[in-house]
Write a protein that binds this ligand. Sequence first.
Ligand code: SF4
Ligand code: SF4
Length: 432
Amino acid sequence: MSSPKGGSIPPPFNLQAKTGNNRLLGPYRRSFQWLISLLILLLPWAHVDSVSLLRVDFTTLSLHLFGATLRIEELYLLLLFSLALALFFLLTTLIFGRVWCGWACPQTTLSDLAEWAARKLKLKVSGFRLAGAVWRKALLHIFFLMVGLLVASNLLWYFIEPERFFRQLFHGQLHPVALGTLIVITATVYFDLAFLRRIICRDFCPYGRFQTVLVDTSTLVLHLPATEAPRCIKCGACVRACPMEIDIRRGYQIECINCGRCLDACRRVMNKRKEPGLIGYYFGINGEGPRAIFNPRTLLLASGFMALSILLVCAIKLRPEATLKVALSHQVASRRLKDGDQVSFFNAWINNRTTTKAEYHLSAEDQGNGQKLVLKGPTHGIIVDGGQNQKVDFVLLTPFTGEESRVSFRLIAKDGSKLAETDALITPRQSR
Ligand code: SF4
Ligand code: SF4
């Protein structure tokens, strides 16, 4: 085979047989869409040690991320995670083009669902338009509204635990912001399904525009090689099957979402003629084949992604399992006792970064002479739930020396190991 530029055409990256028995890709694509959709729907229901697998908790200002609980002060980890995710997305786009759009994007899945429902209701789906009896359309719009409600609820489950969401919804106790979000997103998804669908992919999706910068000669694209063109019987099945109204015979177009429907349509036609299909997925349409992906751009992005992922895993694994912050109370002033000791009132904040309940105690030591100091208050047997923050008020007794002293506070685990340490300056008080 020879390419349009005269080189040899690379073998297609697909399941195309050399005979007319072409395997269709539609069932694989639909299974993958089901898998992704179920994952998105069910992820908020999954737990590790009774903590959500993935959820933003506004009450504790923390993010539950696959077994780790990140508090707001650890947002640098979230930044690392976002950067790694962005690089992964760039890398997959560079290698696989808009395969995400055609095979996994929720917008495509919703558009497919809308068209499937329309066909089930015996409406005519022609490109971006749906036509048929008014009552059938009315039923379809009710279906769109229900899908919109499910999508909006699903989104809120990533912020409010699903069980709590339903309890509050059915008792009319959903927070006004959550209720407003539910209504706005339901309406948005309904509007999208009823009037936009693939128009979003074609005209509005920033990822589609962005992709023009990323795609290069090594990217996986759907293609009808010039050498195959003479076998085309001009049946038009590929064009009719395309949800983006593209004629793939005219070459690669940026609106193409790599869904593979044209490929399946052509294979169906060619199966009847016992010939292989004409259209295929190709890495590098200039004859490079899969080795085209081993280029400086992909290798650089892959290295960046690997480095960030390793950094993120290390940063999560190596962070302390609990933190301690201590500050002098603003409400009660320090003073001297009759026996000469000084009492200072403190507030401590303990954060349990694990996913399980833990027990701690506090201890204090004079940094100058290493003397153990007395703490009064609930400083022993402090129980903190996994991922939670707890405030403890306590009193520190120090011998009065008339000089400033620095005190170390330690957070001790039940097994006696030191988990965190911080210090504070004690200034002498003359008043009693
Ligand atoms: S050209 Fe083919 S792969 Fe591209 S959007 Fe149309 S049907 Fe899907
Ligand atoms: S489906 Fe195949 S044979 Fe028919 S017009 Fe498209 S490329 Fe040609």
